[in-house]
Design a binder for this molecule. Structure first.
Ligand code: CTP
Length: 419
C-alpha cells in the first residue's frame, strides 16, 4: 500500500460499478480498498449486474450493495442523500461512455447518477471502453466537461481490448487507479484527516427522567445536532464515541454509539470515556431534574391533583469542567430563550469550557427538531462568532474546525492514559 493510500483508512469510499467487461477488476479494487481499511459502499448500475453479481461485492465490501433507486435495504438506512453525504471519495470504475455522458449532463435517473449529483465528495472516473468509443468526439467532449468542472478522469491504458482490437480504452490496473484516485482526493481536500489519532466524545439527544415503570419526563431534543457532529468527527478520522439519549436517528457508521436513557446513565458513560478523550462536545439536552422517588409500580390515576417532587440531577458538563486536563477541549451548548450571550457566557465560565455554542431557540430555524441552527460561538477569551442560519451539518463542521485548532499537538495514547 502506498503512503497516500493509507489516507483512506476508515474513510467512506463509494465505488460505482458500471456495465463493462472490466467490471471484474472492480472486485479487486473493492478488495484492495477494504484491505487499506476503507469502508467500501458499492453502487452497481443495471448494466454492471450483467457482468458481476451483487453478492460478490457484498461479500468483498462487507456492506450492502445498492443496485437500484428503490430497493429495500434491510439494516442500513441508505437513501441516496445519506450515501452521498457519507462519502469521502466517489470512484466510478469501470466508467462506461454512457455514465460519463450522463454525469457530464447532470442526469440523475438511477442510484449512481443521483449520488454523483448529490455528493460534495471528490469524484473520480476510471473509464474503460472500446477505443473508437473512447476517441469519439462526443466522449472526448463529455470528458472535457467533467474535467473542467473539477472531476478527475483517469486516462485509460492502451493494449488489447476485450473487443479484440488494440488501442486506448483498457481499465488501468487497480493499484494504479487507487493511487491516482487517492492523490486526487487528497489534493481536493476531500479526505479530511484533521482529527486522525484523536478521540472525540459527543453527547446527543435528551435524557429522560422516569416517573414510574411506564411514564417519564422528556424534552424536545431530536439529537440531530450531536449526531451531525459525531458523523463529521468520524469522517475526519477521529475515534468517535457518541453517547446518545433516546432518538429516532440511525446510529452513524464508523461511530461507537452508546445508548442511554437517564442523566445518571449518560453521566456514567461520559465519565468512562472522558479520561482518554481529546475533546468532549456536549450537545445533549440533559434532564436537569429527576423525580425524587421513582415509583416501583405504575401510579394509578386516583387523585385529582398530583404533585411530583423533583430533585436536581448531576450536571455532567460541570463535573467534566472540574476534572478537565489542560490538553482536553471541552465544548458545551446553551439553548436559551432570552439574554443569550449573557447566560451563555455565565455557563462557559461556570463549567470551565473552551467554548460554548449558544442558540436562541425562539428564532425560526434554530433549536429543537429542526435541520438547521443559528448559533453563536463564544470562546474563553471573550471572542464571539455569530453564524447565520446553517444546516446542522455545516455547523458541525465549524465546531470541529474550532476544536481541531484548539487541540494541542497530538499526545500518545499512553500519555493520555497517564492523564
Ligand atoms: N449539561 C450537562 N448536564 C446537565 C445539564 C446540562 O452536561 N445536568 C450540559 C448540556 O449537555 C449542555 C450544557 O450543559 O452542553 C447546557 O447547560 P445548562 O446550564 O444545563 O443549560 P440548561 O439545561 O438550559 O440550564 P439552565 O436552566 O440553567 O438554562
Amino acid at each position: 500500500m502506498t503512503a497516500n493510500a493509507a489516507a483512506l483508512k476508515g474513510k467512506n469510499v463509494i465505488l460505482g460499478v458500471t456495465g463493462g467487461i472490466a467490471a471484474y477488476k472492480a472486485v479487486e479494487l473493492a478488495s484492495r480498498l477494504r484491505k487499506i481499511g476503507a469502508e467500501v459502499h458499492v453502487i452497481m448500475t443495471r448494466g454492471a449486474q450483467s457482468f458481476v453479481t451483487e453478492l460478490t461485492f457484498r461479500e468483498i465490501s462487507g456492506h450492502p450493495v445498492s443496485t437500484g433507486m428503490w430497493e429495500k435495504v434491510s439494516h442500513w438506512q441508505v437513501e441516496h442523500i445519506a450515501l452521498a453525504r457519507l462519502a469521502d471519495l466517489v470512484l466510478v470504475a469501470p466508467a462506461t461512455a454512457n455514465i460519463i455522458a450522463k454525469a457530464a449532463h447532470g442526469l440523475a435517473d438511477d442510484m449512481l447518477t443521483t449520488v454523483l449529483l448529490a455528493t460534495e465528495a471528490p469524484i473520480c472516473f476510471a473509464p474503460a471502453m472500446n477505443s473508437v468509443m473512447w476517441e469519439n468526439p462526443l466522449t472526448q467532449r463529455n470528458i472535457k466537461i467533467l474535467r473542467e468542472l473539477g472531476y478527475h478522469v483517469i486516462t485509460p491504458a492502451s493494449g488489447h481490448l476485450a473487443c479484440g482490437v488494440e488501442g486506448v480504452g483498457r481499465l488501468p490496473e487497480p493499484e494504479a487507479i487507487l493511487e491516482e484516485a487517492v492523490n486526487f482526493a487528497l489534493a481536493r481536500g476531500g479526505v479530511n484527516n484533521t482529527l486522525t489519532g484523536r478521540k472525540i466524545l459527543v453527547t446527543a439527544g435528551g435524557t429522560i427522567a422516569p416517573i414510574d415503570p411506564v411514564r417519564f419526563i422528556a424534552n424536545r431534543s431530536s439529537g440531530k445536532m450531536g449526531y451531525a457532529i459525531a458523523r463529521e468527527a468520524a469522517r475526519r478520522g477521529a475515534e468517535t464515541v457518541l453517547v446518545s439519549g433516546p432518538t429516532a436517528l440511525p446510529e452513524p457508521v464508523g461511530v461507537k454509539t452508546v445508548q442511554v436513557e437517564t442523566t445518571e446513565e449518560m453521566r456514567a458513560a461520559v465519565l468512562k470515556g472522558f479520561p482518554t478523550a481529546d475533546a468532549v462536545i456536549k450537545a445533549a439536552a440533559v434532564a436537569d431534574y429527576v423525580v425524587k422517588e421513582v415509583a416501583a409500580q405504575k401510579i394509578k390515576k386516583t387523585a385529582d391533583e398530583w404533585c411530583l417532587e423533583l430533585k436536581k440531577a448531576p450536571d455532567i458538563l460541570w463535573e467534566l469542567g472540574q476534572k478537565k486536563k489542560p490538553w482536553q477541549v471541552l465544548v458545551g451548548f446553551a439553548a436559551e430563550t432570552e439574554s443569550l450571550v449573557e447566560y451563555a457566557k455565565a455557563k462557559l465560565a461556570e463549567k470551565n469550557l473552551d467554548f460554548i455554542v449558544a442558540n436562541d431557540v425562539t428564532r425560526p430555524g434554530a433549536g429543537f427538531n429542526t435541520d438547521t441552527n443559528i448559533a453563536q460561538l463564544i470562546f474563553r477569551d471573550g471572542k464571539r462568532e455569530e453564524h447565520p442560519l446553517l444546516t446542522k451539518e455545516a455547523l458541525a463542521e465549524i465546531i470541529l474546525d474550532r476544536v481541531a485548532s484548539l487541540l494541542p499537538p497530538k499526545r500518545k495514547l499512553q500519555d493520555r492514559e497517564k492523564g
